[in-house]
Design a protein around this ligand. Structure first.
Ligand code: CA
Length: 522
């Protein structure tokens, strides 16, 4: 009897230990240590469309805009002066939620809300490539989509309450990628296949009917605000913060993807902020644009205020980013085309800096030293592994291979430097009817301060040194053939490895030459 009793005691002891252990692992005290994560993504916002300077000097554009909440975020967190997205919307968003470079996921261009519709503008010289015109898909076997494990799904599996509010634009209507709920979001506010709102105005029900029928870009799911004077940026913010209440009250970590429709066209007067900009002498289009920026910044302020009120700011990481460079076509923008991002060249649609360089800020109390600045270059697919790192998700089970690199080491040390890594942009598409500086059919690579541009239609390579020439004005291709060859080889090697798509000439049916083949031809 005595040995048996002993066994029971030992067994009970083990059970008690196991019980304590499991409580510690899954109980709230440990769970709470996972930080909340907010991705605050703005649409079409340029690098200087803020009062926060992201360069070594304050520019006239910085002086034009009023973004006090971005200023606060910069004071309390880290500023990234070399952060990149892709030239247009959907490729950036798909890279963000999958961690994959656009050359490999093949959603190289913006997706139409209509299924199976190629948005490539017809070109006289080149045939469009067979890219994934229906966007991202969380389900296998959907034609013309990139099937992958989405970031919100992984976060949800790992205990996060996942909220989508605003613009999704991950995939076309009638495919699973159109609905953020299929990508692992538990809540979806106003997100669908559309890439811009029919209207920003509650008075118009966020719609702009065509022949008495709802516009295909009418913003869904905000019926409670129909007929009100609530501007779209405010509606998605208010609803997002309402949705956050549930995980906060349950002490569950949350992931909030607050993706603004602002500041995409249609540029619409936000009356709360417009008059100031008109009074400074801006034309009405640019005044509307500036007011959209200030309304977006007010949303950021509302989020920061909420975190303070709930006393959760210390355990919340907030990441501010834009999805492509500032729009610089006219008459959509006021003034002269391709001047809205100067000294950066070009704008949305281009692989020049104006089309891809973004304002980026990250705040993480206790980890990021306030008021720090990093010059390390990063690209949008890096958000995926970084967010997994922040959430403590190690070795997740993924369908796709990741191209992004975690910038957690940068967050911990702003002096962290990696000059060897090459960033790659691949845009084998024609964006719009008008011509513009490399807004159609172009690839680019950055390594260190060097940048290579490849214009397919001209079969031309350009080389710049961004350290001295952020405006990409002095082409060094002829004067530095060694560097040109080195980067052309590197770009070719990387795009070959990813099995990137290349257009063919309409006249000959032959594929355009690869970057390193250009040099042989010359
Ligand atoms: Ca965009």
């Amino acid at each position: 009897m005595i040995p048996a009793l002993k066994s029971v005691r030992v067994l009970l002891g083990i059970t008690a230990i196991s019980l304590t252990f499991s409580l510690n692992v899954t109980g709230q005290s440990i769970q709470n240590k996972k930080p909340n994560i907010i991705v605050f993504l703005v649409d079409d916002m340029g690098w200087q469309d803020t009062s926060v300077p992201f360069w070594n000097k304050v520019t006239d554009f910085n002086r034009r805009y009023r973004t006090p909440n971005m200023e606060r975020l910069a004071r309390e967190g880290m500023k990234f002066t070399n952060a990149y997205a892709l030239p247009v919307c959907t490729p950036t968003r798909v890279s963000l939620i999958t961690g994959v470079n656009a050359a490999r996921h093949r959603v190289t261009h913006w997706t139409s809300p209509d299924k199976n519709k190629n948005t490539d503008y017809p070109d006289s010289l080149l045939q469009p490539v067979d890219w994934n015109i229906n966007g991202f898909s969380p389900v296998a076997g959907i034609p013309k989509t990139f099937h992958a494990t989405a970031l919100p799904a992984l976060l949800k599996q790992n205990g996060y309450y996942t909220i989508h509010s605003g613009k999704a634009h991950f995939g076309s209507s009638g495919t699973p990628g159109a609905d953020p709920l299929n990508a692992g979001f538990e809540v979806n506010i106003a997100g669908s296949s559309i890439g811009h709102p029919a209207s920003y105005l509650g008075e118009k029900n966020y719609d702009n009917p065509v022949n008495g029928k709802p516009n295909r870009n009418a913003v869904p799911g905000l019926e409670a605000y129909h007929g009100s004077d609530v501007f779209l940026s405010d509606a998605i913010t208010t609803e997002a913060l309402k949705a956050v209440k549930k995980p906060v009250s349950q002490q569950q970590p949350f992931f909030l993807y607050l993706a603004h429709y602002a500041v995409h066209i249609p540029l619409t007067a936000d009356k709360r902020f417009l008059n100031h900009y008109l009074a400074t002498g801006l034309d009405s289009t640019e005044a509307k644009y500036a007011a959209l920026i200030e309304g977006m910044d007010k949303s950021l302020g509302d989020v920061l205020k909420y975190l303070d009120e709930q006393k959760i700011a210390d355990n919340t990481v907030i990441m501010f980013m834009s999805d492509n460079g500032g729009l610089s076509t006219t008459p959509a923008r006021g003034g002269k085309a391709w001047t809205h991002n100067l000294p950066l060249k070009a704008g949305k649609g281009s692989v020049y800096e104006g089309g891809i360089r973004e304002p980026m800020l990250v705040r993480w109390p206790g980890v990021i030293k306030p008021g720090t600045v990093t010059d390390q270059y990063i690209i949008i697919e890096d958000f995926f592994p970084t967010i997994l790192d922040i959430a403590g998700i190690k070795k997740p089970s993924l369908i796709q291979k990741i191209d992004g690199v975690s910038f957690l080491p940068v967050l911990k040390n702003p002096a962290f430097k990696d000059d060897k890594r090459a960033l790659v942009w691949h845009h084998p598409n024609r964006w719009i009817a008008a011509e513009g500086p490399n807004i159609h059919y172009a690839s680019a690579l950055r390594q260190g301060d060097w940048k290579l541009i490849y214009d397919y239609r001209k079969s031309k390579l350009e080389l710049y040194n961004l350290k001295d020439d952020i405006g990409e004005q002095t082409d060094l291709a002829a004067s530095n053939p060694r560097k040109l060859k080195e980067l052309a080889s590197l770009l070719t090697k990387q795009l070959r490895e990813w099995d990137a798509q290349w257009p063919v000439w309409k006249a000959s049916g032959k594929q355009v030459p690869l970057p390193d083949e250009i040099l042989v031809l010359e």
